[in-house]
Design a protein around this ligand. Structure first.
Ligand code: C5P
Ligand code: MG
Length: 191
């Protein structure tokens, strides 16, 4: 199976922006776990729409089986990709375990977009989204989740020598270009 790069960072750190830049400049297929969950909420035939929405509104992490199933389907629909970039996943160790049980992962790495809480708050306040979870209380819950759960996953990759970090407090283009260099040298691919 193709290499996978998980892109993690606090809410508002620029995961979506950076991954969209990467997928335009490299032959990689990008999926956002959060976007796949939001699409599922909009799917009238989904049996999980309401429970996902409730978790999102509260800033809680959705059941791992739901997110992993959505990612698996998305990846299977793009078998020709040279590499997959997955943003916002795995948010916790349990999601990572589920993913490894379901998919035959040989090479996986992590890019951490390292950003301060203050900068994340400022960016989310500035993005004028109509997301159900971009209010102050839910942003706090999401940042707390990051500190309690996601950091454990990041530290695991660090101990395994599979972690790369980019300073995400910098300006957008600089963050994107630094991430590009890191990913290009890692997966050794060119468009
Ligand atoms: O990554 P993003 O900020 O778009 O995620 C929004 C919300 O989607 C999270 O706060 C969480 O409720 C849910 N989510 C999740 N598991 C993931 C990614 C997102 O439960 N791996
Ligand atoms: Mg996002």
């Amino acid at each position: 199976m193709q290499p996978i790069v998980f892109v993690l960072g606090k809410p508002g750190c620029g995961k979506g922006t950076t991954c969209s830049y990467l997928s335009h400049h490299l032959p990689v297929q990008h999926f956002s776990a959060g976007d796949l969950l939001r699409q599922e909420v909009q799917n009238p035939r989904s049996l999980n729409a309401q429970i996902i929405l409730d978790d999102m509104k509260a800033g809680r992490i959705a059941k791992p089986e739901i997110t992993v199933q959505l990612l698996r389907e998305a990846m299977e629909a793009h078998p020709a990709a040279k590499a997959y970039i997955i943003d916002g996943f795995p948010r916790e160790l349990e999601q990572l375990e589920f993913f490894k049980q379901q998919l035959d992962v040989e090479r996986c790495f992590m890019l951490h977009l390292n950003c301060s809480d203050e900068e994340c708050f400022t960016r989310i306040h500035g993005r004028h989204s109509n997301r159900v979870d971009d209010n102050d209380q839910t942003i706090k819950n999401r940042l707390q989740n990051f500190a309690d759960e996601t950091l454990k996953v990041i530290n695991l990759f660090k101990h395994q020598g599979r972690l790369m970090e980019v300073n995400a407090n910098a300006d957008k283009l600089e963050v994107c270009q630094n991430a590009f260099r890191v990913i290009q040298s890692l997966v050794g691919i060119r468009k």
